[in-house]
Design a protein around this ligand. Structure first.
Ligand code: ADP
Ligand code: MG
Length: 715
């Protein structure tokens, strides 16, 4: 390869000479220009014959299927480009229902009859792949003997090159379907939902008097939280490397009580990791924007500049992958689990979402005078209606086992979905509803009390960090996603339910007799009705309080605390109706997603329970017994009694856990998941409770697991 690669930096190297190694490379800006490893528009323009480029762009712009005659030309150019970058193999890169990404590498080289090899990559190979689908979860959509599955090139998400010190790989974003055409991945429904939303939004725009826009895109900008810990500790903790979270560990004496980590200055080794991740992401065309420390010790956040939902979702998968790879070069492990450490803040992913036209208009931009921006109010009330109607489905779209330690537990946001509008918007909707008062919030400035600091324009509303779904200026921020999740399902749900709500509002507008442009009065009337009917979903207060939980119950909002409570909403009647109407997912496809999610819950919980039992019996119990032996040798009666008592309790907790693990009931599916939740989790918790007490009394040199205080504070 032409490019020189940075060497891996291990933890030891870091302390010795890592700073020098890293810094030399990192301070060379421009050595990896943005999008360098992407078969971008620019690369396509340079490499494709002019007419091929034009035809390809025209097809993409119209959102039409690709003419096969184009494919060979594109494939050829793509291969040449990739091989110049050092690629020897290509893969269809797709997103099966596991939530991660899948690759199967094929060489560009094909043997010839003369015993040599020639480089080949046909249009057919670009457009279609045939991975064995039987090893991916399908939730009963297909029997195992029907192993055939297809991957299909998604030309709207650019191909890219993944580098490795020993070679490079051309990755072609693809969709993944069964041979009968059912979606087996997260990309297909996302693309379908973007189409659905575009159609509905265009219908509304016409009624609102916009005759120019030809396409509406949904956009996504995810804020990703993650932890970094030293890899040495990671590999000393079987719970971390098998389940992604610590199953034991007592809370450190110093947590985030001092609030000294959030936005604190970033340690050098961490910053080096961040800079390298961002540089790799830049080469892959992922535009990162912000980085900072998060609330918990060793917790950080990265946020990209938003993109259309499909590309943004692909890029988010890449971001998670790149961060995990780069961390290892710095002797770190990047933890994406929603709750790696009990008693310490977990990690989420804020999903900033909006809709924009191809003419450059953000449909959720209120402008300076939102009360006069009738189109904004229309789309905004459609979102209120959608979220209110499908609150349980939104909750289900972010359900997974890791999330159960956050949503519905003692952490933000709660499992109750509500919308924060902010004071200014709330005032507008309220005045519209009551038909009286002045909707405008006069523009005001925040004086900082000294003439040397400029007065700051005040925002229409404060932030509310406790809300699961907040209006944040010109977008909605769905904050209930888990840090390890793909963006695809929550955004598919958002797009589909908002499309449905927009259509419902359009129906009402048309019923009022306007098939051309509607009058402002008619639109305001629709906004009034919609707000009135859905305002129960709006809540501007503190979402953490008991009072809100009671109030939400009075309002009839759903509070689905655990994954098995939430998942059935994936296959509720009104979900199926909306998804079938917009041809996003059929009932069968929804069923398959439900089944896969339920199975993942039970499987992951089972792995946790067996890991917990094994660590307890083979690592922690022996340490406690050794400690007791030392106490006996020292002849300290009081301590012997205390320790022996705890060990007895520990032994019976372990036996109980082993018992539960060995005797699962015969039920399958959701019933099994619920049984696991109600029996396995309490048995694990009981074991952990005693273990954590033992951790506090057993001699430190005997305790076999690195402690929270080590993992979270040594940098
Ligand atoms: P904060 O932490 O204040 O909420 P950040 O700057 O960390 O904000 O992240 C905001 C995210 O919202 C960024 O990823 C940004 O690109 C994204 N965003 C901004 N405008 C839009 C939009 N119109 N659609 C989707 N995402 C957006
Ligand atoms: Mg942020």
């Amino acid at each position: 390869m032409a490019r020189t690669r940075q060497q891996n930096v291990t933890a030891a190297q870091w302390t010795a000479n890592g700073a020098a190694l890293g810094a030399a490379d990192l301070t060379a800006p421009g050595s990896y220009p943005f999008g360098d490893d992407v078969f971008s528009l620019d690369a396509q323009r340079k490499r494709l014959p002019k007419d091929v480029f034009k035809r390809l762009q025209a097809t993409l712009h119209r959102g039409e299927a690709l003419d096969p005659s184009l494919a060979d030309a594109v494939a050829n150019a793509m291969r040449e480009w990739a091989m110049e970058k050092g690629a020897t193999h290509f893969t269809h890169w797709f997103q099966p229902l596991t939530g991660s990404t899948a690759e199967k590498h094929d060489s560009f080289y094909a043997p010839t009859s003369e015993g040599t090899a020639i480089a080949e990559f046909s249009g057919k190979e670009l457009i279609q792949g045939e991975p064995d689908a039987s090893s991916f979860p399908t939730g009963g959509v297909r029997a195992t003997f029907e192993a055939r599955g297809y991957t299909a090139w998604d030309p709207t998400s650019p191909a890219f090159i993944l580098e490795n010190p020993n070679g490079a790989l051309l990755c072609i974003p693809t969709a993944f379907a069964s041979w009968t055409g059912e979606a087996l991945d997260h990309k297909i429904p996302l693309l379908r939902s973007m189409d659905a939303l575009s159609k509905a939004a265009l219908r509304a725009l016409r009624l609102l008097g916009d005759s120019e826009s030809a396409r509406v895109f949904t956009t996504v900008g995810p804020e990703q939280e993650y932890f970094l810990i030293d890899e040495q500790y990671y590999f000393e903790r079987p719970d971390l490397y098998t389940t992604g979270r610590t199953l034991f560990g007592t809370k450190p004496p110093k947590g985030h009580e001092l609030d000294d980590h959030y936005f604190g200055s970033i340690p050098e080794r961490i910053l080096a990791f961040m800079l390298e991740s961002e540089r790799e992401l830049a080469r892959l065309g992922v535009p990162t924007k912000t980085r900072h420390n998060e609330v918990a010790p060793n917790q950080y956040e990265i946020a990209p500049i938003f993109e259309n939902s499909n590309v943004g979702s692909d890029h988010q998968q890449l971001t998670m992958q790149v961060m995990q790879n780069v961390a290892r070069r710095y002797g770190l492990v990047c933890l994406l689990h929603e709750k790696p450490f009990a008693g310490v803040n977990g990690s989420g992913k804020h999903n900033n979402w909006s809709m924009g036209t191809d003419t450059g208009l953000n449909l959720l931009e209120p402008g300076d005078t939102p009360h006069e921006n009738i189109s904004f109010l229309f789309f905004c009330s459609a979102v209120l209606a959608a979220v209110n109607r499908h609150q349980a489905l939104l909750r289900a779209s972010v359900a997974n086992i890791g999330q159960d330690h956050r949503l519905g537990a003692n952490e933000a946001p709660p499992a109750i979905i509500s919308i924060f509008l902010g004071a200014e918007l709330l005032k507008i909707f309220n005045t519209i509803e009551k038909r009286e008062g002045d909707p405008a919030t006069p523009g005001s400035f925040l004086g900082l009390g000294t003439p040397v600091l400029p007065p700051l324009p005040m925002h229409g509303g404060d932030r509310n960090r406790t809300s699961p779904f907040a209006f944040t200026g010109n977008k909605f921020e769905f904050r209930a996603l888990g840090s390890s999740m793909s963006l695809a399902l929550p955004n598919t749900v958002l797009n589909t339910i908002v499309a449905e709500a927009i259509d419902m509002l359009c129906d009402k507008l048309e019923a009022r007799g306007s098939n051309g442009t509607s009058s402002n009065d008619a639109i305001v009337e629709i906004v009034r009705e919609t707000y009135s009917a859905n305002k129960q979903i709006c809540f501007d207060g503190d979402n953490y309080t008991e009072a809100w939980h009671d109030e939400a119950e009075r309002r009839g909002l759903t509070n689905l605390r655990t994954t098995p409570d939430a998942l059935p909403w994936l296959v509720e009647k009104q979900t199926i109706a909306a998804f079938e109407r917009y041809e996003v997912l059929s009932e069968r496809e929804l069923e398959s997603r439900f089944e896969v999610s339920v199975e993942q819950y039970s499987t992951k919980l089972n792995i946790e329970a067996e890991t917990a039992a094994s660590i307890a019996r083979t690592m922690l119990l022996p340490a406690a017994v050794r400690h007791l032996g030392e106490l006996r040798a020292a002849g300290h009666e009081g301590l012997i009694g205390e320790t022996a008592g705890l060990i007895d309790a520990f032994v019976s907790a372990i036996q109980k856990l082993e018992e539960v693990n060995a005797h699962h009931p015969a039920e399958e599916g959701l019933e099994h998941a619920k049984w696991m939740r109600d029996n396995v989790i309490p048995a694990m918790d009981a074991t952990r409770e005693v273990a954590d007490r033992l951790e506090r009394i057993v001699a430190d040199d005997l305790w076999p697991l690195p402690k929270y205080s080590e993992m979270l504070f040594i940098k």
